[in-house]
Structures are given as structure tokens and as C-alpha cells.
Ligand binder design. Structure first.
Ligand code: EPU
Length: 339
């Protein structure tokens, strides 16, 4: 039987990117099954998107945009672990809320991150000391050129900070994520060491021995909401830049000039420096360039003040990058995918 999948022509992507850019694509396909996806693979060019929370469209897309509507959540208990198989189209934060409500623990610190399950495994989303890779066991994919299915183990995904095999030049754009498999726990072991969490618990007078996973989720949500703009109100894609990792030597040179510079050790010889701090030092926090601006509470976030094009955001990105490079001698790179 030949499967026919619903296709929208000359389709506006406004509702599919949190930056709120009104770009169009030639065709838009939302598939509900592997069979439906198979009926479109091999067509070129294809762009697979998730929730659109990490994308910047610089213009229209002359091809087919794919989106997964596979939204099942299967689980199996194994000893003290919960093994989950989750459709790529599940909204990430719905998964976090659902797992906590079931008493399946691990994802609390990743609460309220925008986007969908499929993209979270490509991007290795992270926040407050946790990363998706710490819970992913396997990623089930389909090759968009051949239609062949392949399962990648966690090790094969070659995860790093906001990095994976799927983002490397050889693999970029080649795979549709079908399902992501996770290992969670029936035991709640809160991770509280990332800046701000303990202080917030203290402020709310929540005693550690009584802390529940839903309370921790609410604390994380509160911290995020205080700093990060809501894309429904102001277009943005979360952190626009990655935090650069520099050599210890480079860090020490800078630290002599900026003794209060925040930093995190990455192994023995490397140090991560918050790009948001550097952007703020350059005087960009809260400043606009045309209809694009640097957010006034978190300088790592670029926002659409209304009606910005992808090019407007890119102009701001390039200007900020230039100023950071000039002042600190460090090239910062977008975390957001430019299309
Ligand atoms: N900082 C400033 N000025 C700013 C922003 C930050 O001085 O405008 C300083 C802060 O005071 C702090 C340090 O920079 O000392 C780090 O700031 P924060 O904890 O807000 O985190 P971040 O490094 O700016 C990263 C992630 C976020 C994630 C937070 C919390 C990246 C690219 N971003 O931001 O992820 O929520 O840590 O874990 O790694 C995202 O990827 O979209 C995202 C929001």
C-alpha cells in the first residue's frame, strides 16, 4: 500500500521557530509514523526540525521541512531503573513533567527547556549541572537519504557540551531521530550544586531532607523564568552563543585583567568562560541594533523586538561577536543553527 502523507505547500514557519521569524518553506510535512516518513525520504533538500527553539531562518527554505508527530512514551522498569522509549515529537518539558509525576527521576534540572525530544538528543541540551546525555542510552534514527534505520548507542553519539555526532559535518542533516531511549531512576537524587539552586531553596525555606522532585522542578522553573524571556511573548532561542572553552593559559592572562570573571574548570587544562558575562562587559546587555536586541536579564540571549528578520538577528550576532573578539581575544560561536 502506498502511504500518502499530508503535505502543506508554501508554508509559513512562523509557528515553528521561537524567534518568530516569518520565513517560508516550499513544503512542510508532519509525519505520524515511520511509514509516513519513509514516503518522503530521498527527496532533496530536506530539513528536519523539532520545536524550532534553536533555529534561526536567514531566509526562506527552498525544500521540504520535516517535523515528527511521533509522540509515544513507552516504559519498562528494570530493578531500580526506568527505561523509556520516547517519540521524537514529544515536547521536552512535557516529558520532564510526566516522568516526575510518575516518580521516575533524573530530568528535574532540565525542566522548562524549550524544544522536543528528538532535537534534545541532537543538541545535548543542558542546564543547572545536568545534560541530556547523562540519561540517554540509545537514539533510534532514520537516514534521510536512504531510509535505513539505525540505532546509535550513547557512546556512538559522541556527546560533548551542546555537541553530538549528529552535528558534525559528516552527519549533519543526515538523520531523523525517531525515538530516544533514556535510563531514569526510581530513586530521587537531586543535583543541587549548580550556582543558585541551593540559595533559592534556602530563600524558599525548603529543607533538603524534605525536598521533592516537583519542588526542585518548580525551583528550576522559577530560576529560568526570572532570567530567560518567554518566547511566546518575545521571540528568542534561549542562549544564542555557546560558552567558549579556552586554554588555562589564556584564562590566566584574562583573569589578571578581570579578577572577578566567572569561570568553570573543564578538566585540567581548559576553562569555560560564560559568554553572557563577556557580552555584558562589552556593554551589550539590554542594547538593541534595529529590531534585534541583547536580552536585558541574560546577555547570552538575543531577542526579536518585533518584526525582525533572520538577517537582523544575524547582524546583531556578528556585531556582538566582533566586540567580544576585540576585547577578550575570544571568538564566540552561535549555539543556534543558522538555516
Ligand atoms: N552572566 C553575566 N551576565 C549575563 C549572563 C550571565 O555576568 O548577562 C554570568 C552569570 O552571573 C554567571 C555566569 O555568567 O556567573 C553563567 O550564567 P548562567 O548561570 O545564567 O548560565 P549561562 O552560562 O549564561 C548556560 C546555558 C543555559 C543554561 C544555564 C544554566 C549555554 C550556552 N547556556 O547559560 O542554557 O540554562 O547555563 O545551566 O551553555 C540554552 O542553551 O538555551 C540555555 C538557556
Amino acid at each position: 500500500m502506498k502511504i500518502k502523507v499530508e503535505t502543506k505547500e508554501n508554508y509559513s514557519l512562523l509557528e515553528h521557530n521561537t524567534f518568530g521569524i516569518d520565513a517560508r518553506c516550499r513544503r512542510f510535512v508532519e509525519y505520524k509514523s515511520i511509514e509516513e516518513l519513509l514516503s518522503v525520504v530521498g527527496q532533496e533538500p530536506l530539513l528536519h526540525i523539532g520545536g524550532g527553539s534553536n533555529l534561526l531562518f536567514l531566509g526562506d527554505y527552498e525544500g521540504t521541512v520535516l517535523h515528527s508527530a511521533i509522540r509515544s512514551i513507552e516504559h519498562r522498569i528494570e530493578g531500580n531503573d526506568v527505561l523509556l522509549r520516547v517519540g521524537a515529537g514529544v515536547v521536552w518539558d512535557d516529558l520532564v513533567a510526566y516522568t516526575i509525576s510518575q516518580g521516575w527521576y533524573g530530568l528535574e534540572n532540565l525542566s522548562l527547556i524549550p524544544g522536543e525530544v528528538g532535537a534534545s538528543a541532537v543538541q545535548n541540551i543542558g542546564a543547572y549541572g545536568a545534560e541530556a546525555k547523562d540519561y540517554i542510552t540509545e537514539v533510534e534514527c532514520m537516514n534521510l537519504h536512504t531510509g535505513l534505520q539505525r540505532t546509535f548507542s550513547n557512546a556512538e553519539c559522541r556527546y560533548g557540551y551542546r555537541q553530538s555526532l549528529f552535528k558534525t559535518p559528516e552527519h549533519r542533516g543526515q538523520w531523523a531521530v525517531l525515538y530516544v531511549n533514556y535510563r531514569l531512576s526510581l530513586t530521587f537524587s537531586p543535583q543541587l550544586d549548580y550556582g543558585g539552586i541551593r540559595a533559592e531553596l534556602e530563600r524558599q525555606a525548603i529543607a533538603l531532607p524534605t525536598l521533592t522532585a516537583s519542588q526542585l522542578r518548580q525551583v528550576i522553573i522559577g530560576i529560568r523564568q526570572a532570567k530567560l524571556p518567554d518566547p511566546k511573548i518575545q521571540g528568542n532561542a534561549g542562549s544564542f552563543f555557546m560558552n567558549p572553552v579556552v586554554t588555562r593559559e589564556k584564562y590566566e592572562t584574562l583573569a589578571r585583567e578581570y579578577p572577578n570573571m566567572p569561570h568553570y574548570d573543564v578538566g585540567e587544562d581548559q576553562v569555560k568562560i560564560p559568554a553572557g558575562w563577556m557580552i555584558e562587559q562589552c556593554g551589550w546587555k539590554g542594547r538593541a541594533l534595529g529590531p534585534a536586541a541583547v536580552h536585558d536579564r541574560q546577555a547570552l540571549v538575543l531577542v526579536n523586538l518585533g518584526g525582525a528578520t533572520g538577517q537582523d538577528i544575524l547582524n546583531l550576532c556578528n556585531t556582538v561577536r566582533h566586540d567580544v573578539a576585540e576585547r577578550f581575544g575570544i571568538d564566540i560561536h552561535p549555539e543556534v543553527n543558522l538555516i
